[in-house]
Design a protein around this ligand. Structure first.
Ligand code: ADP
Ligand code: GLC
Length: 483
């Protein structure tokens, strides 16, 4: 049995900006189900949605900051969550990383350094919690300093660093290193230095025992100049320690038990799915018609997600017999341009700007297809959610999308593996052609239902991925043992 400290900057349902929060909730629960002792640690943001008042467990100083460790549990589980309380850093209302205008907080380097240092005190059993971690599992740049700082300690836990998105690196002005009082031996080009800047993610990539990313294809993608964002050399160098482990999905994303949708359904009662489409159309003021081909999208509205490809083909797309339902927020320019189309085509396109958990579930249940034309995608969760709802994903073949969606072709129809629609070229023509291909097949209800059945019966549960993480944790120990 391993004692695992899972370090993350967001976890569903306490606080979420994207898929990292879903993974940070499901993977620790799946590891606990495999008999491991897992504890989470995350900043005590003011906006956390907590059901109960957490318990105060420990107080200590980091530099001049008083840090309190509070304890709560992941809702509906026995998995403990430590909250790093430091109101001067985490006491603002809002998003964990950016202010109301979408700008990064100016003191992000200080905020996440303090978080990392506090997590190290907990992991090393120096926080009077009577618990020492065997493994510290870090996620994304916000936790990158942990493997770096732990490398300077003796008798320290082993470290795993998971890349959820290499495009976000935690890059700061080189002079920040002295403000943060980082040990000089960490600041070399082999360490945290990156073209004169201080790189938090390099702490994870250079110093962790093992590196993982969230799909096998993305593990290859990030070793190329196109998608490595300048870190491909380091990743090629660490290739032997790098694995791609695909994310699973939480059991909640299941139309048979989903209490956020209008009508529950299963593969046996697929006709009930139409009730969700009608209720989606009616709540978004679109014409209610269960036969109209409905395209859903739920996304951060950022370049990564291929929003530009959609905008490029929107005039033609909106000329087809379809409805388009979009939910998301992000880049103000994308928001504005999409808004103009939604205003011009109120009977065909509904755009909801913002974050809405309930609407996200209804879109998954009510749409016929789900659009994910990402330029790159480390894993992606919505294409898997969509499949379990019989809402066929239309995706670009990259990263986790390539690993989880099987294109509908004569061969894959025949061998019952087809689960969606895949295109390759990074252009709007290829996207539009693929949407038209799906639209055409939708006119053949029997064929469509077969693909839905393939999609809905695929196993996207966390168990086998959690087993791969466990095998990885165990492999680190055996290497050290044989040395
Ligand atoms: P990423 O983490 O890159 O944003 P993922 O596909 O891994 O992409 O995960 C996105 C998660 O965030 C999904 O659970 C998705 O449903 C959710 N999500 C994204 N935008 C919204 C939104 N505006 N409202 C509700 N949920 C959203
Ligand atoms: C990141 C990636 C996304 C992935 C998620 C969870 O946000 O952009 O593809 O699914 O992390 O690993």
């Amino acid at each position: 049995m391993k004692k695992i400290l899972f370090v993350t900057s967001e976890v569903h349902p306490l606080i979420k900006t994207g898929g990292l929060a879903d993974v940070s909730s499901s993977l620790p629960k799946a590891l606990a189900e495999l008999g491991q002792e897992v504890k989470l640690i995350l900043p005590n943001y003011r906006s956390l949605k907590l059901n109960h008042e957490p318990t105060l467990r420990s107080v200590f100083l980091i530099g001049k900051h008083t840090v309190r460790i509070l304890e709560t549990f992941l809702p509906d589980s026995q998995v403990p969550v430590f909250l790093v309380d430091c109101p001067e850093y985490f006491g603002l209302v809002g998003n964990p990383y950016v202010d109301g205008f979408g700008n990064s907080y100016v003191n992000n380097a200080e905020r996440f350094t303090l978080f990392c240092r506090a997590a190290i005190e907990v992991a090393m059993n120096r926080a009077e919690l009577d618990w020492k971690a065997d493994i510290v599992h870090c996620n994304d740049w916000q936790t990158g300093l942990i493997p770096a700082l732990l490398s300077l300690e003796s008798l320290c836990p082993q470290t795993v660093f998971t890349i959820h998105n290499i495009a976000y690196q935690g890059l700061f002005n080189g002079l920040t290193a002295s403000v943060l009082q980082l040990p000089p031996q960490l600041l070399s080009p082999d360490g945290l230095e990156f073209h004169g800047m201080l790189s938090f993610i390099k702490g994870g990539l250079a110093y962790s025992d093992k590196i993982t990313t969230v799909s096998p294809t993305y593990a290859q993608d990030i070793q190329t100049p196109e998608l490595g964002y300048g870190l491909e050399g380091l990743l090629i160098y660490r290739n032997d320690d790098l694995t791609g482990i695909i994310n699973g999905i939480d059991a909640d994303w299941n139309p048979e038990i989903d209490s956020l949708i209008t009508q529950k359904y299963s593969v046996e009662t697929l006709h009930d799915k139409a009730e969700n489409k009608k209720s989606l159309q009616s709540c978004l003021n679109l014409p209610v018609n269960e036969n109209i081909f409905t395209i859903g999208l739920i996304s951060r509205l950022v370049e990564q997600k291929g929003i530009e490809l959609i905008l490029d083909c929107l005039p033609e797309l909106l000329g087809l017999p379809i409805q388009l339902v979009m939910l998301g927020s992000g880049d103000k320019n994308f928001e504005q341009r999409l808004h103009q189309f939604a205003e011009a085509y109120p009977h065909k396109m509904a755009l909801t700007l913002g974050y809405d958990e309930k609407l996200a579930h209804l879109i998954e249940a009510g749409a016929d297809v789900f659009l994910m034309p990402s330029l790159f995608e480390p894993c992606g969760l919505n294409q898997m959610y969509s499949q379990s709802y019989g809402t066929l994903p239309i995706v670009r073949s990259t990263g986790g999308l390539a690993d989880t969606v099987v294109d509908t072709l004569p061969k894959t129809i025949a061998n019952k593996t087809a689960t969606g629609f895949v295109f390759h070229a990074e252009n709007s023509g290829a996207l539009l052609e693929t949407i038209k291909r799906a639209l055409l097949l939708h006119d053949f209800p029997d064929a469509w239902k077969k693909i839905q059945t393939n999609a809905m019966t695929r196993d996207f549960s966390w168990k086998s991925s959690a087993e791969q993480y466990l095998a990885l944790y165990e492999s680190i120990e055996s290497i050290e043992f044989t040395q």
